[in-house]
Ligand binder design. Structure first.
Ligand code: PRP
Ligand code: URA
Length: 238
């Protein structure tokens, strides 16, 4: 699948770290470290086209014109799995503002449910980076872009570790102006809306919360949920 707004990394370090992340034997501690390292690499790629302005400095040898990043950057982690991507991005852009959005995906309908949003009345940043490891149906991401556009965000990029074709199609149909940066584009969604081959539940694997049904991507299927996924897959057909 190729899509104008999709940027899938081709960097060998990204491929190497992503394979470690996916492996089911990877424990939460290493999983969190890998999420952080992958975010650093993807953030570097996602911000490659941000504008700079000339900035005069003096080196110990002579004055010169250096560069300053022009736009004010906002990081928008989607709770809770996006939290693991924040620190790496802040290492890259220490002056970024962090605005959390709380969304969870209803397990049956696969629709996003908003539960936290403390955005002020008007946008305070020029470029928003939405941080969420998984772009599955695209519902959570498209809803977040709706929120950010209503806020007045001028430029929005999605940064995810793994995307499904269904999610890329949904997000880019709703918001063709949003660049989508990923470490990998996977094969498809299963009947429960999990990305295949994917990595399972990104929130549970980061935070060690393996007790609930959501942490078992293989179980099910619920017929209503499976129908949501089939509809998304029909939309993808040429
Ligand atoms: C996961 C993931 C995304 C969403 C992706 O969150 O972190 O936010 O699902 O799915 P979508 O593209 O189909 O909307 P989840 O709902 O599991 O919440 P959590 O981070 O609190 O575990
Ligand atoms: N959320 C996840 O954490 N993993 C998936 O595969 C889909 C949604």
């Amino acid at each position: 699948m190729s899509h104008p707004s999709l940027r899938a990394s081709t960097h060998p370090l990204v491929a190497h770290k992503l394979a470690l992340l996916r492996a089911k034997t990877t424990e939460p501690k290493q999983f969190r470290e890998l999420v952080r390292e992958l975010t650093w690499l993807l953030g570097y790629e996602a911000m490659a086209d941000l504008a700079t302005r000339p900035h005069p400095i003096e080196t110990p040898l002579e004055p010169m014109i250096g560069a300053r990043m022009e736009p004010k950057v906002g990081l928008i982690p989607i709770l809770r799995a996006g939290l693991g991507m924040v620190d790496a991005m802040l290492e890259l852009v220490p002056a970024a503002e962090v605005w959390h959005i709380g969304l969870y995906r209803d397990e049956r309908t696969l629709k996003p449910v908003e539960y936290y949003n403390k955005l002020p009345d008007a946008a305070t940043v020029q470029v928003c980076l939405i941080l969420d490891p998984m772009l599955a149906t695209g519902g959570s991401s498209a809803a977040t872009v709706d929120i950010l556009k209503a806020w007045g965000a001028a430029r929005i990029k999605q940064v995810s570790l793994i995307a499904a074709p269904e999610g890329v199609a949904t997000l880019s149909a709703a918001h063709p102006d949003v660049d989508i940066h990923v470490a990998a584009l996977d094969s498809h969604l299963n009947e429960r809306g999990y990305i295949v081959p994917g990595l399972g539940d990104a929130g549970d694997r980061q935070f060690g919360t393996f007790a609930g049904p959501a942490s078992e991507p293989g179980h099910g299927p619920d017929e209503a949920t499976a129908e949501v996924v089939r509809r998304l897959q029909r939309d993808l057909e040429p």
